[in-house]
Design a protein around this ligand. Sequence first.
Ligand code: CAO
Length: 546
Amino acid sequence: MTQLINIELPDIGDFKDVEVIEILVSPGDTISKEDSLLTLESDKATMEIPSPETGVISEIKISEGDKINKGDPIFLLKIEDNLKNENKSTPAKKEEAGDLNHNKEISKPEKTKSNSKTNEVIHIPDIGDFKDVEIIEILVSEGDVINKEDSLLTLETDKATMDIPSPLAGKIIEVNLKVGDRINCGDRFGAIIGEKSNKVEAQSEENSEALDESKPAPRQFSERIKPHQEIESTSNSEKPEIPGVKAHASPAIRKFARELGVNISLVKGSGNKKRITKEDVQSFVKSSLSNNTDAGSHIIDRRVNLVPDIDFSKFGDVEKVSLSRIQKISGKHLYNAWSSIPHVTQFDESDITELEKFRKDQKSAADKAGVKVTFMPFLMRALAVAMAEYPQFNASLLSDGETLVLKKYVNIGIAVDTPKGLVVPVVKDVNKKGIFDLAADLSNLSNKAREGKLTSDDLSGGCISISSLGGIGGTQFTPIVNSPEVAILGVSKAEMKPKWNGTEFKPRLIMPYSLSYDHRVIDGAIGVKFTSYLSQLLSDIRKLIL
Ligand code: CAO
């Protein structure tokens, strides 16, 4: 038996409006109880939220960037008896997410000397219900000059990572802990010669009696970043991690990666337990940008809007509205596809006068079969035949930028306009189906799309897409390739036009269309051969059954 359950965000301590920075699963993924579903991040803590049950992800109800709270619906999970975990459903454990609201506690360092520059012992603050938490990174060394709130160390449990911030600005004079130590609230981290102000003034430090002049000049926190040459590079010759694979990185590193627009799941960690360090992120950016490879395309994941925000209210009344969930998801996908695929769009048209006659002739048969036959089933069928002739259109380019996967099945995604935004359900095995079957599949999927009832299976496995605006209008447009596919057909409105047949002008029904394709995979000559062939198939539909 199959059961659908709503997964809500469990108790995550005192946090409110915590940002979703990574969704670690996709619709259709089979997950086990306790597998991480998503990563949340506040200023100082990153938490992974585990699944309370074993099942298949049916729907994702949040998007990256959303701010969520306890009780918000996050996923719809399909539980099948054969997948069901023996244990009864348990909410994500509070002790794992914990109360990470520790900043209030850490601002009480113990004074060891009363001076304008005071030596302060830094203790581990209250870190909620955590016990014996492992230090996975020490981010400062003796002699470092840091600002208040700079991260001192990173702690990790299996579900949460948190940075412990410095309670004050100053110079680190002692570090008593090391990576791998397990610590608890109140443990001594080290000591700092503190400043009253948040910012460290280099000059006042020089004048300080408390500083040991014999030691090398203190380095600013940021100077500890090694130059790129010294870093063992995450070069493009090494395959990036598979997208979606859990990335181990502290909140500070995740923030840093986000600022650079890096998809952290693609960065290979060189730190303790393969943790991603700041250097790894820098190295990834450097190698991605300097090598003219596809990896550069990974650095655009989150930079959906690069234009600085303007205060439009200066010019008149404004209102802010949030994009729909579908728009947020498809926006990132479209942005990535548009930015990473070198698009070419080939315009063409086909004389579909005979096709239209045939379509109308089939009306009563179609009515009997209970289907509505528009141009779409013919377009799908014609595309399937053309893809068999030109197999590079039924392909995906792997992330190495050098390997093409040729597909032996033909599934076609159809862009469907819904009140909540654009979705692309997939009609399966188009090459094996007749016109009426395709019409039925299309009607079923577009109805489900408009009712918001598409399943992950409906949305996956596409080989090429069709975006048809022909029912609405327009002459031509340039659709965006729906990656990892390599081509998309954009269909515009068919109209009667005078066509010269060698002796006279005759009224013919002409359908314009555009084919956008990935120029890394498809050459221009092949592109136009493909659209010409498609034109022939649609002009003489007898060829569709040959
Ligand atoms: N030229 C002229 N008429 C066309 C046509 C074309 N290219 N395509 C469709 N039509 C006609 C249909 O034949 C139908 O007319 P009849 O009722 O007289 O038969 C009418 O327009 C409406 O068709 P439809 O849109 O309901 O059905 P469809 O099978 O052509 O398309 C679907 C189905 C789901 C693709 C469509 O409804 C849809 O959502 N289109 C929008 C896709 C979109 O938004 N793309 C943009 C993506 S990028 O933002």
